[in-house]
Design a protein around this ligand. Structure first.
Ligand code: SAM
Length: 251
């Protein structure tokens, strides 16, 4: 995926940190709700791990809520970008399917990066990673862009102006085979530097598309007690979506 490699330095012009403010507040509140409702351990989330933290956009709004927010991602370029926004957070490179830090946290967050789990085995491995990094009584929140039941083929567009450069994009979600557990997103980027004309680049992403029951079943197989929740209806392009809160029971 070129976006997380050669175009990583452009990521904040595709999706700007300020666009994440409401969402990040919602996820932070959801984690606190899980603790204060007595669904998790008695202590609120103080030490939090994010898997697939990308450009650190969510993190930039959430970090002030926690004593420690550790950010991990597969891409070195995305971690470098996130460090510019979140210099006070620890950044570590690793695959969410196999990362083992040898320490535990009160909460684990996986946001849109979970979309890159294109098989049930990958999804289960990511849940296993979350489980081993949670202390008993800890909570995982996983917030996919969609599940099979809420997927629709759609296009998006946007972009931002930065310091001497600008990006605009068109994205198109399409599903070549409704019977398998993936869909495709094709991105076209218009990248403009200095006063010159934009250059055009294309990028192809494969995403996982799993039924809600599969998410719940895989979480339960790993050991989580699962609660299905929903995001608010943000706007027409971002309607309410299913999210999953997983509780690692206290021992
Ligand atoms: C859309 S970005 C995440 C943006 C993030 N929510 C934010 O707030 O900036 C998706 C990220 O998933 C990461 N990713 C994809 N597959 C991964 C894997 N197997 N393990 C860890 N990170 C992964 C990519 O490198 C990319 O940074």
């Amino acid at each position: 995926m070129r976006l997380y490699d050669e175009f990583a330095p452009w990521f904040h012009l595709l999706t700007h940190p300020k666009d994440y403010e409401d969402e990040a507040k919602f996820y932070g509140d959801e984690l606190e709700r899980a603790f204060s409702a007595g669904l998790a351990g008695p202590r609120g989330p103080r030490r939090v791990l994010e898997l697939g933290s990308g450009g650190g956009n969510n993190a930039s709004h959430m970090k002030s809520r926690y004593a420690e927010l550790v950010l991990t991602d597969l891409s070195a370029g995305m971690l470098e970008l996130s460090k510019t926004l979140n210099p006070e957070c620890e950044h570590l490179q690793g695959d969410m399917r196999s990362l083992r830090l040898g320490r535990t946290f009160d909460a684990v967050l996986i946001h849109d990066a979970i979309e890159y789990m294109t098989s049930e085995a990958d999804l289960r491995d990511a849940f296993e990673t979350a489980w081993v990094h949670l202390q008993p009584g800890g909570v995982m929140l996983v917030a996919p862009d969609c599940v099979r039941e809420t997927f629709s083929e759609q296009t998006g567009s946007g972009g931002h102006d930065g310091d001497g450069r600008s990006l605009r994009y068109l994205s198109w979600d399409w599903d070549p085979d409704p019977d398998d557990c993936t869909y495709q997103t094709t991105f076209v980027y218009l990248l403009r530097e200095g006063g010159g004309p934009p250059r055009v680049e294309i990028d192809q992403h494969e995403h996982g598309l799993h039924p809600q029951a599969t998410w719940v079943s895989l979480l339960e197989q790993v050991g989580f007690r699962v609660e299905v929740r929903h995001t608010p209806d943000w706007d027409e392009e971002h309607p309410s979506q299913v999210i999953f809160v997983g509780f690692r029971p206290s021992e």
